[in-house]
Design a protein. Structure first.
Ligand code: G3H
Ligand code: 13P
Ligand code: ZN
Length: 326
């Protein structure tokens, strides 16, 4: 059996204070997904250089990829690196789209400071019961829990949905009350992955349903809301990928302006995975296409990490508003 660690031993924090400050300050905490060392370092350096609090996010499949035993040591490395860079930024380690009590428990026991139980594809009562079970275990250990109501289109960690179902505002109050969750992910028109909308050239992407968000805010005033599927899918990176041998057609994301508006509202956590993947892939493709004899991983992973740092600083400073809040 893996040894049990509490997140506080690793220098991590839960999301409670981060969200309270983000709510009061009208900005959102970035939640960036990672699977490997270069991504993790890129996220930490980007957040240290912009002095932003950060949620390091790991899906169940990312945890398998990086190795469940190895992962807490990666998080420890990230905390220590931030310290060595002389930064006191709050860092949370969060399970993204947890699909069972057993997975959430295993993460909590190995040092995660926050977990998501995504029961959004279950009927309301089943979702609430499963989420409640995780909340009881988590809160005894001062770990924060994110729940989800409403279904996003796209892939949510091995579960793929063709169509989205917007969150029903009338269900939110009862869900929050029954489960005791610390934050709630909602569905207002975002979706996972790099192909969020089907739009013809020159057409605008459909705006997010801010009317639903406002209705939710009225029903649970001051409660932290989470936005998944919030990558902007920068055309610059898509073009680079396609120029250097890739094939990404019709990749479209959420306009930055919509995310700024969301960050200023009760949305306290904004999830970004695809944008980091695109930035790194674009640079790796360019370096390898221009230097076909290159075979030292540092020569392509290094520039990819630099690009990720640049992207993260830009998002924290100009989109989420979390820069200088640590
Ligand atoms: O919402 C899903 C995240 O982008 C994680 O994706 O399951 O491929 O790690 P993944
Ligand atoms: P993107 O695919 O838009 O980056 O969304 C990531 C996400 O929601 C992770 O939970
Ligand atoms: Zn998600």
């Amino acid at each position: 059996m893996a040894d049990t660690k509490h997140y506080s031993e690793l220098g991590l924090v839960n999301t409670k204070e981060m969200f309270a400050k983000a709510m009061a300050g009208g900005y959102a905490i970035p939640a960036y997904n990672f699977n490997n060392m270069e991504q993790l370092q890129g996220i930490i350096i980007g957040c240290v250089e912009s002095r932003s609090p950060v949620i390091l996010q790991v899906s169940g499949s990312a945890r398998k990829y990086a190795d469940a035993t190895f992962l807490p040591y990666m998080a420890t490395g990230a905390v220590q690196m931030a310290k060595a860079l002389d930064a006191q930024i709050p860092i949370a380690l969060h399970l993204d789209h947890g699909n069972s009590f057993e997975l959430a428990k295993a993460c909590i026991d190995s040092g995660f400071s926050s977990v998501m139980l995504d029961g959004s594809h279950h009927p309301f009562d089943e979702n609430a019961a499963l989420t409640r079970q995780v909340v009881e275990y988590a809160h005894e250990r001062d770990v924060t829990v994110e729940g989800e109501l409403g279904v996003l289109a796209g892939v949510e960690d091995e579960v793929s949905h063709e169509v989205s179902h917007y969150t029903k505002p009338e269900e939110v109050e009862a869900f929050v009350e029954k489960t005791g969750v610390d934050s709630l992910a909602i569905s207002i028109g975002t979706s996972h992955g790099a192909h969020k909308f089907k739009v013809k050239p020159g057409e605008e992407v459909p705006p997010l349903r801010f009317d639903i968000l406002e209705e939710i805010e009225k029903r649970v005033p001051g409660f932290p809301i989470v936005l998944h599927g919030a990558s902007s899918v920068e055309p610059e990176y898509v073009k680079m990928i396609n120029t250097f041998g890739g094939k990404m057609e019709d990749a479209v994301g959420i306009p930055e302006e919509q995310l700024r508006k969301a960050a200023a509202s009760a949305v306290c956590k904004i999830n970004i995975d695809s944008d980091g993947r695109l930035a790194m892939t674009a640079v790796i493709r360019k370096v390898l296409a221009e230097n076909p004899a290159e075979f030292d991983p540092r020569k392509y992973l290094g520039p990819a990490r630099d690009e990720l740092i640049k992207m993260i600083k830009y998002k924290n400073e100009h989109v989420l508003g979390s820069a200088k809040k640590a």
